[in-house]
Design a protein around this ligand. Structure first.
Ligand code: CDP
Ligand code: CDP
Length: 225
């Protein structure tokens, strides 16, 4: 089903560049379904670690990842992935072990493939729940998942500022190491896709970033909040 009025917004960027907070604010301002694909990779990682699957065993990763039953629960404006009928809670996906392993699992092509159609299918989830569009954030949304998205943004911020932001959240996370792994992998590496709008948020407040992106979206959609 195609619906020309349903808009797709893709937001990519490195760790702690502001993707989630910006996407959440846009989802409220324009009544969009918010899809945090990083949480999907994190949930897969938590599940594979629970099954004792090693990051350097691509065959085991492939068979474990493809066996998972995926579904979606909507919480407010956020899409939550269900694995085998259960939403993996935030407390289980934002742990030091997941932070340390997620980019290794995310570099395995079969694991990315196992999530590809599920991610694209979120557009139908959004339509069927009456949203006016979808804001999806990650590393390869504007390049691989929705290269024809109505709006594609790439958020940058100085690594020192990003580390400060993550530490202020009380999280133990080596963001530069994850960025290095995400940028250097062969499949769907982290990079600003050609034609995307590049935003450097190092010296911008969250509100300024949200206002800037909103000014683009407002050319197609009136804000609701
Ligand atoms: O919140 P933060 O930016 O630190 O990370 P995240 O968005 O939760 O993503 C966690 C990890 O998942 C990333 O470092 C990537 O390795 C992987 N990821 C990916 O490969 N592709 C995506 N579309 C989203 C996340
Ligand atoms: O999703 P991602 O890892 O890219 O970043 P985030 O979780 O949205 O943002 C990480 C932290 O930086 C949050 O505590 C935000 O409130 C903060 N932030 C900020 O201080 N200034 C911005 N321009 C954007 C985010």
């Amino acid at each position: 089903m195609t619906d020309a009025s349903f808009i797709i917004v893709a937001i990519d960027g490195g760790a702690a560049s502001g993707k989630s907070s910006t996407s959440r604010a846009l989802s409220e301002r324009f009544h969009l379904l918010h899809v945090d694909t990083g949480s999907f990779y994190r949930a897969f990682t938590a599940e594979l670690l629970r099954q004792n699957v090693a990051t350097d065993h691509p065959d085991a990763i492939t068979s474990a990842a493809t066996a998972l039953q995926l579904d979606t629960a909507i919480e407010g404006r956020r899409a939550q992935m269900k694995i085998n009928g259960r939403v993996v809670p935030d407390a289980e996906i934002r742990t030091p072990a997941v932070n340390a392993n997620v980019s290794h699992f995310a570099a395995v092509p079969a694991l990315r493939q196992a999530l590809l159609e599920y991610q694209r299918g979120q557009a139908d989830v959004g339509r069927s729940h009456g949203f006016r569009g979808l804001v999806m954030e990650g590393r390869d949304i504007g390049s691989v998942i929705f290269p024809d998205a109505d709006f594609r943004f790439f958020l940058h911020a100085d690594p020192v500022e990003r580390a400060r932001r993550r530490a202020a959240e009380g999280q133990q996370d080596s963001i530069t190491e994850r960025d290095r792994l995400d940028q250097s992998r062969k499949t769907a590496p982290l990079a600003c896709p050609e034609g995307a709008t590049d935003v450097d948020s190092t010296h911008l407040t969250l509100e300024e970033v949200v206002d800037l992106l909103s000014s683009h979206l407002a050319t197609r959609l009136a804000p609701v909040a």
